[in-house]
Each structure stands twice: as structure tokens, then as C-alpha cells.
Design a protein around this ligand. Sequence first.
Ligand code: MN
Length: 228
Amino acid sequence: MTDYVVEGPLQTVAPVANNSSVFPVRRIYCIGRNYADHAIEMGYNPDREPPFFFQKNPDNLDFSGTFTYPEKSCDVHYEIELVIAIGKGGKNINLDNATDHVYGYALGLDMTRRDLQGKMKEMGRPWEIAKAFEKSAPMGPITPASELGHLCKGVIDLKVNGELKQKGDLNQMIWKTAEIINYLSQYYELAAGDLIMSGTPAGVGAIKKGDVMVGSVEGLGELVVTVI
Ligand code: MN
């Protein structure tokens, strides 16, 4: 038994659908601008440029069905995303068997302090404070690929207070699940417990306290999150 000199962090775990066992979270990678129509709405080239990534922290996850409006921003945006849960790690993972490394899929929200992100972009600085803040990643339970198969098409959408805001199809992802795993694993050693947020379709926008966000992906059901 190791003695810590201060109180240690708890292992973050994600629920698994219809299972009392849980998924231990190691890292959260997020890909930027992975749907052409979202790249265009943000003012960028929708072509297939090399992907780029940022991270959130495991303890930014929130499975409570709420999103706590953060400090230091008055323009907080939703981004509904398919979350890929890695079940088997590796380096330089081959494209051909990349999806063998997926444990399952979930719905997640990449909540973003858009005003702070804009300032950081202007200054050429990292987006950290816009993306990796407390409770910035509401997420639903993981459904194993062994039950679901691999999700490569199907509607992904988000409603706020019943009004459709975001809509796309998983087949519009510029970099597909296997390609993301192949690419990321050339720069990082992936491991079981890693999550990858795979990007958001067009229609991002601001929320306020009291709003109810309902995200869905065909096959995965819904993620309902109330802003508090
Ligand atoms: Mn995102």
C-alpha cells in the first residue's frame, strides 16, 4: 500500500450501458473541425487537412445529466459528439484493424467557452481554458461495440429546449474512427481507458441556465443535459 503525502485523485469511471461494471478513463482526446459544415461555420477550410487534437481532463467528465455553467465566460457553446472508447491500446495502429481497438461508443458534449477560445486564437495561444474546464464534458454511458457494431453512419443531432440546433450524419466525419485511431497512435501511445471525442456537426451555439440539451446518435439513444 503506497502512502501519499497529499490526498490522491480518484479514478474517473464512465458507466457502461446495462452493466454494473464501469470503464476507467485515462485520457480524453478531442479532434477539431471534423465535419466540413462545422469547419465552414467557424471560418475555416473544409478540405481534408491533417487532423489536429486537443485534450480534456478525465475529471472534466460529468455523467449527472447536468452542465454547470462555468465562470469567466458569457458565451458557452454546445458541441454534440460521438465519443469513441478505446479498449485496447497501441502505437502506430494499422488502419485495417484500428476499430479492433474500440471498446464502445457514447454520446458526449464538448462544451466550449467560445469567447475565451476566440481570444486565445487571436493571440495564437492554446485553447486549454476554453475547452478543459470543470464539468466541460457531459457524457452518457458507453455501449460496447460487441453489442452495437461500429458506428460509421447515422444521424447525429442536438436539440435545445426542443428546437433542432445541430444535425449531421456520422458519415460526414472528415476523419473516420479508424483514421483517427491510426493518426493519433502515431503521436501518442493509446491505452485502454482513453476516450476520443470525434468532432461536431454544424449548428453550434450558446446556452443559458435552464436550457435542456438533448443530443442523439442513431443507435446510441439520447443524452439529456440540463444547464444549471
Ligand atoms: Mn469539439
